[in-house]
Each structure stands twice: as C-alpha cells, then as structure tokens.
Design a protein around this ligand. Sequence first.
Ligand SMILES: Cc1cc2nc3c(=O)[nH]c(=O)nc-3n(C[C@H](O)[C@H](O)[C@H](O)COP(=O)(O)OP(=O)(O)OC[C@H]3O[C@@H](n4cnc5c(N)ncnc54)[C@H](O)[C@@H]3O)c2cc1C
Length: 499
Amino acid sequence: MTLARTLALYGVRCLLVERNAGTTRHPKMDITNGRSMELFRRLGVADKLRAVAVSEENNFDISWITSLVGRELHRFRYPSVAEKRLEILARNDGTQPREPAMRVSQVMIEPVLRDAILGHPLVDARWGVAFEDFQQDETGVTVTLRSQETGATDEVRCDFLAGCDGGTSAVRERLGIALDGRAAVAQRYMIHFRSEARELLQAFGIAWHYQTDRGTLIAQDDKDTWTLQTRPPPGVDPAAVDPNAILDAWVGRAFPREILVANPWSTHLLLAERYQVGRVFLAGDAAHQYIPTGGYGMNTGIGDAVDLGFKLAATVKGFATSGLLDSYERERRTVGYRNRIASERHTGVRLKIAELYRNERDPEALGRAIAALGNAENESWGIEFGYRYDGVEGDPAIYEPTTAPGARLPSVFLADGSALYDHLGPWFTLLRFGDADPSPLIDAAPAPLEIVNVAEPRLAPIYGAKLVLVRPDTHVAWRGHDCTDGDAVWAKVLDGRLA
Ligand SMILES: Cc1cc2nc3c(=O)[nH]c(=O)nc-3n(C[C@H](O)[C@H](O)[C@H](O)COP(=O)(O)OP(=O)(O)OC[C@H]3O[C@@H](n4cnc5c(N)ncnc54)[C@H](O)[C@@H]3O)c2cc1C
C-alpha cells in the first residue's frame, strides 16, 4: 500500500492485489519509527495515521516487572510525542527527526493506508485477488491473478512487478530466490485482547511495554486493547494451548477480558539473496524478516517501498537510466542486512535479561542489572536514521547528521517555525545556502526540481555545502560548493550512482 501510494504521488498507474478480503486483524507492529513517519508525511498520510495512534500525550516507556501483581524492576523512560516535538525544536541542530515515532498497531495503520489508495485515480486496488504466477520478457511482465471468491483467473500485463507479499512471498518463490539466515529462530505465542482492567494492566502507570523474562505486554491504545507476546508452554501442541490460562499466569491473576486473536508464530532472521530479477522486485517482508525486537520489520519495508517507488516512477517517466532501478537492491539490501544484525543483537540483550531473571533473586540488583544492559532496541538512532547508501556503516546507536551523498538529509526547523523537510519538492530538491550558483543543475535537470533557498547562516554548517541535491526519498544525491557540470551530476544521480 505504501508503494502504491508512492507511485500514485509520482503520477504512475499501478494495480495492487491482496488475497485477503480486508486488512489485517493481527496487531503485529506497534512502533512506526520517526524515519517512517518522515516518509509517511511526504506521502500525505502522517496526520491521518496520528489520528488513529496512541494519544500524543502518552509516553513510550519500557518497564521491566516481576509481574503485574508484583513490582516494577526498572523503567526506561521515553518522551511522549508532544514532549519529543518540544525536544526536537529545542535542539534544532540536525540531529533530530522531522517527526517523532508513533505508537500504533498494524490493525489501525493498514486501514489508513488502504483509504489513502482506495479511490485514487491512479491506483486499481483489488482485495480478494491473489497473485498466482508471472512470466517476464524484455518489454514487461504478464501476471496471473485469481479471484478468491469465484476462482476465476485473469492475466494482466504490466511494466514491472513488485512482490510485497510478505514472508511466504509467492513472487520470491517464483523467482527462485533463496533466503539467507535463520528460519524459525524461536516459537512465540500471541494473545490480542480487549480489557477494561487498566488498574491491573497498567499497574505501575502508563507504559508502552511491560516486560518480564516470559514476554511483553503491549499497550495498543492505553485504553482497552492489549497484546501479550509470550512463549508457548513447552511440550504442548500449539492448537491445544489455552490462551486464557497463559494470560492469567503472565499477569498474575484472573481479570475480565475478551480475546480477539490468539495464535502461535515463529520468529525469523532472514534476508532474500536478491531483491530484483529483471523487471520483478521484492520489498518488505518478502525481502527480509526480523525478530520484532527493535521494530525493524515494517519500518524497513516502508524504506524499501519509498526507494523502489521513486526509482520505478523515474524510470516509467523516462527520467532515469537502467542503473537507477539496479541501485534498489544495492541500497536496500545493505540496509536489510544491517537491520537483521541489529534485530539479532537486540534479541541477545533480551536473552541476557532472561538469564538475569533466572539467577538474580534480589529485585533491586535485578533492576540495576537490567538498567546497565540498557535498551538499545529502542535507542538505535544510527539504525533508524543513520543508514547510508554510500557503504559507510556508522555507529548503530548514534545518528550523526551529514550530507554525504547517500545519507538521509538532516532535518531542521526554520526561523518561521516551518520544517525544512516540508519545503522539499515531491521529486528532486536543490538546497541553496548563501550565494552559490544553482543554474548548472537547474539548466540540466531532466526531472522536476524544486529550489529551496536557505537564508539562515546558522543552518549552513549543518549541511556543510552550499548546494545540496536531495532525492525524492530525502537522501542526498550530490553536494558541492559549486557545480560546473550539471549534466554529469544528473547523469550519475539518475543512473543510481552517488555523485
Ligand atoms: C509480533 C510482531 C511484532 C512486530 N512489531 C513490529 C514493529 O513494532 N515495527 C515494525 O516495523 N515491524 C514490526 N513487525 C513486522 C511487521 O509486522 C512486518 O514487517 C510487516 O507486516 C511487513 O509488511 P509487508 O507489507 O512487507 O508484509 P505483510 O504485512 O505480510 O503483507 C503482505 C500481504 O501480502 C498478501 N499476500 C501474500 N501472498 C499473496 C498473494 N499470492 N496474492 C495476493 N496477496 C498476497 C498477504 O495477505 C498480506 O496482506 C512485527 C511483526 C510481528 C509478527
């Protein structure tokens, strides 16, 4: 849906098929990170997403407890959206995101994305239609679709095909692309439920997650909707597991609730060996699957969709040469790999904490030990904002603002209170600091280009160059104090090379 929205924004027609009749009932993701929110803002859906998310006044705290009828061991404190917005404005040094993260479940987010494409004149979105097979040749892709209701098949011809069809991707399977990494790393059991028992489920005050060595209770709206992610009891057939008994045991006592969905699932650490074969691409979970520690699954997929979307659009519109599409795999698979390692690393911390629970009987000492291990899974700003397409890895924990080509453009707010990000054009943008001559890049531009004059000298050092050319995905394409050969810069940028 994010890819369809991106293509529509750039004026490209697409057909989206989803085999299910509706959006997901499984809560799955519960954190949309600040980077995804920046990208969603550019797609015009950030405010609509915020409207279905947890209140902007509520914190993002992670609290380790003995149980909900026991005691709190340690709380990692994180600001609410409202507090984070103030912090962003106060710092305003390029280290901060344009958008704070958002607490929201996938059950809530998917209908907003659906509504953003349903009825769009450029998107033909069909629910209840499954992808079955494809054949590609030099000029396009012929795809076979099947109606889930009638069983009737249909063939459509398209220029490109993107398999955004999740972990069991049929597109990936038809391409014969293998997965690298570890499948079924651990078994999990999810119980999604409704309950008014806030005095129990938020016994130590509002927190996004209450955690023990046996799982995590996610407050989905700080009101009445919750998800327990835990382990299935060992040796019990998953089909025979009683979710009510698991809930009572985890919480510490019986309480009134209605179970919405409960099922076992497996965690994976997998990366597709290729993201592209000819005119067919993989994005999202079809390309990578992570353990949710860190919340990198969907967030990485949003990055894939926006990267692929603008490259497909630039190709369809005739702005790009073939190298631009080829750069999708090079750029996004590197991020996919890095995020898989980060997710595994964060899981390692959780395992260490579980060991502490087993061995440390003094709650004060246990709390201190948890604090000392830290909570990098929700603080890895280098992973979330510092990923770069120039091969430079950087510290996973720290985001350092830079306009090195391939890096995400640093975000600042201008003196009039507006965000520099909100002045960027939908396609390319040239930031101009001071008196640099932009005309070689303007005259040679083969794609739409917005010029933004930044007349605030205090901001110039953050951007480090008098001219900064920004791609549609808000990564830097090129920078320099002057440009003598605009044609050469554009030729590289639109061939997917960093200039
Ligand atoms: C417990 C849990 C917690 C998570 N927490 C987070 C988090 O906090 N943050 C985060 O970023 N991520 C999180 N994730 C990961 C996130 O849910 C996934 O990464 C995300 O859903 C992937 O999106 P996707 O669109 O690529 O794939 P999916 O969401 O799997 O969507 C693929 C869609 O394709 C459809 N489909 C499949 N095959 C076909 C076919 N042949 N024809 C037509 N349609 C088809 C499916 O029905 C499905 O709707 C979590 C996951 C889990 C399980």
